[in-house]
Design a protein around this ligand. Structure first.
Ligand code: AHG
Ligand code: MN
Ligand code: MN
Ligand code: MN
Length: 335
């Protein structure tokens, strides 16, 4: 049972039995994410003081300029996860290919794969606006004792065993699920401990915030334009409030607490949207559903999509259930 102000360490131990395959390994994996997040948090907090803002000089496979903190966070998480003898493979937004971890004695005995967006919201780093980390965890599907293959990474979201995010905001929070609801922990930076501050987080069924990059309005499909007009209409509890930070983690976090919908639709510029199915949409969809919300690509449940490529993108509609269903209705009617 979640008890407010319990530490994350206590919570993990107490809830270990509720984890699927409760061997303790998944708990240790969450523990290593918690550790890497503290180190990255420390670095993010220094942005502006030391030379860690700005571009790193390379372009990643997404066609984006990598920021120094993208590279730093990526290295930190990979290093921490590699050292733990639990993870057999890592796929990251920042790496072209997945990484194989041989494990102790090079015996490929580790059971879990981690997919991650090490630093979400890179464009906000230089302006002191919240950024985050997103992670998604699966059990491998190939036999233990053999190296991981692409099959281990291209699993549908409905097979995730855990997922979560860290938001490096006004305070730093780690929010995660193992399929038994969503719990949020706030870091006390003075002592380096996370405390359960948001037990059993829930999306309200209805909300009054819509979050979409309206600068791209002209490029949106008709159904999305119609839905935006609906959000803006003076009727009943509308117009809704528009809030868009440009960091998926922060936008979803706010909407989960306050009630709302996040949309990154397909557009003439991005026919499949911009967000990555494996590193962004699936983990957020798992959290959203565990919090009573909904996540779709406009038609299909995000977590039922069978991925075909590591860096595949998907349109994304995520948040309060009734709002997502309303947006889907507009998309359907515009066909
Ligand atoms: P990342 O920084 O990991 O590449 O992700 C950026 C994503 C996401 O965080 C955000 O919601 C979205 O891009 C913003 O895109 P636009 O600037 O096109 O609105
Ligand atoms: Mn990026
Ligand atoms: Mn991202
Ligand atoms: Mn990123």
């Amino acid at each position: 049972m979640a008890k407010k102000n319990q530490t994350l360490g206590e919570f993990i131990i107490e809830n270990q039995q509720a984890f699927p395959y409760s061997s303790g390994e998944l708990s240790r994996l969450i523990n290593s994410i918690r550790l890497a997040a503290k180190v990255v948090n420390h670095e993010v907090n220094k942005a502006g003081l030391v030379d860690i803002t700005g571009a790193a000089g390379d372009t990643n496979i997404q066609g984006e300029q990598q920021q120094k903190l993208d590279v730093y966070a990526n290295e930190r998480f990979i290093q921490t996860l590699t050292n733990r003898e639990i993870v057999c493979g890592i796929a990251s937004e920042e790496n072209d290919e997945y990484i194989t971890i041989q494990g102790h004695n090079n015996d490929h005995k580790n059971k879990y794969v981690v997919l991650m967006d090490p630093l979400d919201g890179s464009s906000n780093i230089d302006v002191n606006v919240s950024v985050g980390t997103i992670f998604s965890i699966y059990r491998r599907v190939t036999p233990i004792g053999t190296p991981v293959t692409m099959e281990d990474f291209l699993q549908p979201g409905n097979l995730q065993v855990a997922a979560g995010y860290i938001v490096y905001g006004t305070s730093t929070m780690l929010v995660y699920t193992t399929g038994h609801g969503v719990n949020g922990f706030t870091l006390n930076p003075a002592i380096g401990t996370y405390y359960l501050s948001h037990p059993d987080m829930k999306f309200s069924e209805d909300g009054n915030i819509y979050s979409v990059n309206e600068g791209n309005y002209a490029q949106f499909p008709k159904g999305v334009k119609d839905y935006i007009k609906y959000c803006q209409a003076e009727e009943g509890d509308r117009p809704y409030t528009s809030r868009y930070i440009g960091s998926l983690v922060s936008d979803i976090h706010r909407n989960m607490i306050k009630g709302g919908i996040y949309i990154y639709p397909s557009s003439s510029k991005y026919p499949n949207g911009k967000l990555r199915l494996l590193y962004e949409c699936n983990p957020m969809a798992f959290l959203a559903e565990q919090a009573g919300g909904k996540a779709s690509d406009g038609e299909r449940r995000i977590m039922d999509i069978k991925p075909e490529e590591l860096h595949e993108r998907s349109p994304f509609y995520c948040g309060s259930k009734n709002m997502v269903e309303k947006a889907e209705e507009f998309l359907q009617n515009a066909k």
